[in-house]
Ligand binder design. Structure first.
Ligand code: HPA
Length: 240
């Protein structure tokens, strides 16, 4: 069976799927976590892999960038391939002063400037929130066995914006004043489609840069190492 954007058979995907934006990162994650990873789809180069981690099935698939791309893949996975849980693993820009480059943010909710969730229930400002059970599992994993290279783990609201290169003047500062931790481009749509399809969803984000404080930057090497910390939390949530 194939859907327009995924060429796989029923049963090719595990009940839980980790989704980074970059399909090559999906491949690196699958190779790092699994001895038995097999490619299950590669339509448009959007690679998806399935294997086992600690004896439990897990899939990893790229989502592309932005809410429309994420929603296409998430809808097909949740409605056609028996997927029950999606955990986005990606990077985000820091907004809150206490969030530093290299830290990890568990996104308990996602504000958005996108119309995608606004269209869901006319007259309602849809609240895009993470699955509590998954968020709790990720949080507990962050408390239980923190590796020394892991940054601080935060849990709280983020914003999923549609623009990467355009921001209305003053918006980032106002978001910071409202306790928003970070910005990325997918989580609100993930939480919306998961709500629509009765699935569980969470986004776990590594801070790669800071929008209001450019004093720290991360090398490519550091990005990969820090990303591993977030991945550990994502696997714990996926298998909780
Ligand atoms: N904006 C949106 N997404 C991001 C950013 C950003 O500044 N940094 C990492 N992902």
């Amino acid at each position: 069976m194939a859907t327009p954007h995924i060429a796989a058979e029923p049963g090719d995907f595990a009940p839980a799927v980790l989704m980074p934006g970059d399909p090559k990162r999906a491949q690196r994650i699958a190779e790092a976590l699994m001895d038995d990873a097999r490619l299950v789809t590669d339509v448009r180069g959007m690679l998806g892999f399935t294997g086992t981690v600690d004896g439990k099935p897990l899939s990893v698939m790229g989502s592309g960038m932005g809410q429309p791309s994420f929603t296409i893949y998430a809808t097909e996975l949740l409605s056609q391939f028996g997927v029950e849980r999606i955990i986005r693993v990606g990077t985000a820009g820091g907004i809150a002063p206490r969030v530093r480059v290299g830290d990890v943010v568990i996104a308990t909710g996602a504000h958005t400037d996108s119309a995608m969730n606004q269209l869901r229930i006319p007259g309602v400002n849809f609240s895009a929130v993470a699955d509590f059970h998954l968020a709790q599992a990720a949080w507990e994993a962050s408390r239980s066995a923190q590796a020394p290279q892991d940054g601080t783990v935060h849990a709280g609201p983020i914003i999923s914006r549609d623009h990467f290169y355009f921001t209305p003047e003053g918006q980032t500062e106002r978001l910071a004043a409202h306790g928003v931790l970070a910005v990325e481009m997918e989580a609100a749509a993930l939480y919306g489609v998961a709500a629509e399809l009765g699935a569980q969803a969470l986004a776990i984000l590594t801070i790669s840069d800071h929008l209001l404080d450019h004093s720290e930057d991360m090398s490519a090497q550091e990005r990969e190492t820090r990303f591993t910390g977030a991945l550990r939390l994502a696997v714990a949530a996926a298998h909780s």
